[in-house]
Design a binder for this molecule. Structure first.
Ligand SMILES: Cc1cc2nc3c(=O)[nH]c(=O)nc-3n(C[C@H](O)[C@H](O)[C@H](O)COP(=O)(O)OP(=O)(O)OC[C@H]3O[C@@H](n4cnc5c(N)ncnc54)[C@H](O)[C@@H]3O)c2cc1C
Length: 256
């Protein structure tokens, strides 16, 4: 049965979700706080479609590493402890997940999700002839200068059929510019892809507009009403609660 779905956030995640829903026969409204779609992190991200580099952040040793990060001025991590039970519950769950066995299990889940994502994009490119976003399958080579980090990365290779562990000489054969880089080795994944994320957003938006089943509300903010989060929240901006189920797609970072 066709449903009416409201998506909050018109970045690549919101637009791709809208496209999948419209493709499945549903009607969608995308609420975007800015005046243009795909203008936050999806505007100029690295364009890497890294399906096989799925290492979850939670891993053995990460809590200790995180304490070290937090004491640094240029820390990649910021934490503002609050008297908020939800924050403490989240931290306890995160610390609980910082185990090698959980990391391995979660990496396997992420790998399955990434494979589905790759197959879905392939279907959209081929069956729907979705193009014009500079998609290429040119592979990805991650190189290492320290034997320790190379060994660690090697132990985390999730898909041994798709990923090759290369010596320094192999890396230089693949790209002669790497011969003098002081690298000890690399992990090469020929099936990795790249694309222009913003161009992809524009192409999705054009298809959605042409479908006649998607409405964009630009310059409007979706609001969270329910303590359970975005799911089931009614949207302001002229929507009543019968406007459909709301799903938040306003994330600022995802797995790279
Ligand atoms: C420097 C950098 C490089 C990156 N490189 C890569 C890469 O190479 N590969 C990769 O996969 N990922 C990369 N990322 C991660 C990147 O963030 C995601 O890939 C992707 O762009 C995130 O899309 P999104 O739709 O979740 O978020 P966004 O593109 O940020 O979209 C969220 C949208 O929601 C809107 N919004 C937020 N709150 C509301 C609200 N309440 N109501 C209405 N609208 C709202 C925002 O205005 C925004 O338009 C990179 C990130 C950064 C910062």
């Amino acid at each position: 049965m066709a449903k009416r779905v409201c998506i909050i956030g018109g970045g690549v995640i919101g637009l791709a979700s809208a496209y999948a829903l419209v493709r499945a026969g549903h009607e969608v409204t995308v609420i975007e706080a800015r005046d243009t779609l795909g203008s936050e992190t999806s505007f100029a991200n690295g364009g890497q479609l890294s399906y096989r580099y799925v290492a979850p952040l939670a891993d053995a040793g990460v809590p200790l590493q995180a304490i070290g990060w937090l004491l640094r001025g240029d820390s990649p991590l910021t934490l503002r402890p609050r008297l908020d039970p939800q924050q403490w519950r989240w931290m306890a769950a995160f610390i609980g997940a910082c185990r090698g066995s959980v990391n391995k299990r979660n990496a396997a889940h992420l790998l399955r999700l990434a494979s589905l994502s790759q197959t879905t994009l392939e279907q959209w490119r081929e069956a729907d002839r979705l193009d014009g976003f500079d998609w290429r399958r040119n592979g990805k080579l991650v190189t290492f200068r320290s034997a320790g980090t190379f060994e660690h990365a090697r132990s985390k290779v999730t898909d041994t059929l798709q990923q090759q562990v290369l010596s320094a000489a192999d890396c230089a054969r693949l790209d002669p510019a790497l011969a003098s880089g002081g690298f000890v080795g690399g992990i090469y994944t020929p099936s990795e892809e790249v694309a222009d994320c913003h161009a992809f957003c524009r192409r999705l938006a054009a298809r959605l507009e042409a479908s006649g089943r998607c409405t964009f509300l630009l310059g409007k903010k979706g609001h969270r009403h329910s303590p359970r989060g975005w799911r089931g929240a009614g949207c302001r901006n002229g929507f009543g609660r019968d406007a459909g189920r709301a799903a938040g797609a306003g994330g600022r970072a995802s797995q790279c």
